[in-house]
Design a protein around this ligand. Structure first.
Ligand code: PXP
Length: 238
């Protein structure tokens, strides 16, 4: 059973374009859950161009499925996460001005830093996932640093899927097998969409959760949010 966590950053981006509260991010989070989403993901970036730090307490109050906050563990980010205790925190090594996440952690070279951050989050009983490339060594490094899960960065999969699905998938299947062998949970995200999601899920054993934002919110412009969430859920079933 793979859970669908809807990333609502793009909804916040639309709201921020006019400076008011349309669309209402908290209402959208509640509606995503009512429409079947099994989690809500936000990625507050340092420039707060999408979800802002002050959105987090209001979201924490209403999210009843699984609240996942992802981001680069700067002191400000960690303070925010520790104060709001989401169900899961996904640590991402993105730069301050990065357009979107485009690589995973080097869990071997950053092992000491990651171990310290993970331990601090565990004190608050927050599950910790590390965003990694589909490299078995990085998955092993995540486990050694104390992470509960890894989130496989699926950007390259989505890019290569168009020309050669089997080749695009191979490293992810291998990373998933390593995760199962060593006993670390498995999430995935980035550029997953209605075309590639079923294939990815069917070839990624043990996939616990996908977080999807850009394509899902774009599809909702055509199909509506309720239909779209149902369409994504269908890709994860059967
Ligand atoms: N996972 C991480 C770590 C991300 O940074 C993002 C984008 O915010 C996603 C998943 C979701 O990617 P997308 O918006 O392409 O579905």
């Amino acid at each position: 059973m793979t859970r669908l966590s809807v990333n609502i950053n793009k909804v916040a981006l639309l709201r921020n374009a006019r400076g008011g509260n349309l669309p209402n991010l908290v209402q959208v989070a509640e509606d995503c859950e009512a429409f079947g989403a099994e989690g809500i993901t936000v990625h507050p970036r340092p420039d707060q161009r999408h979800v802002r730090f002050d959105d987090i307490p209001a979201l924490k109050k209403v999210v009843t499925t699984e609240f996942n906050i992802e981001g680069n563990p700067t002191p400000e980010f960690l303070e925010l996460v520790l104060a709001n205790t989401p169900d899961q925190c996904t640590l991402v090594p993105d730069a301050t001005d990065q357009l979107t996440s485009d690589h995973g952690w080097d869990t071997l070279n950053h092992a000491d830093f990651l171990r310290e951050v993970i331990a601090a989050l565990h004190v608050k009983r927050i599950r910790v996932s590390l965003f990694v490339d589909p490299d078995p060594r990085m998955v092993e490094g995540a486990k050694a640093a104390g992470a509960d899960r890894v989130e496989l960065y699926t950007g390259p999969f989505a890019h290569d899927f168009i020309s050669d699905p089997a080749k695009a998938m191979a490293p992810y299947t291998a990373a998933a097998e390593t995760a199962a062998q060593i006993g670390i949970g498995l999430n995935a995200g980035h550029d997953l969409n209605l075309d590639n999601l079923r294939y990815f899920r069917e070839n990624c054993p043990g996939l616990l959760e996908v977080s999807i934002g850009h394509a899902l919110i774009s599809d909702a412009l055509y199909y509506g949010l309720s239909n779209t969430i149902r369409m994504y859920l269908r890709q994860l079933q059967g």
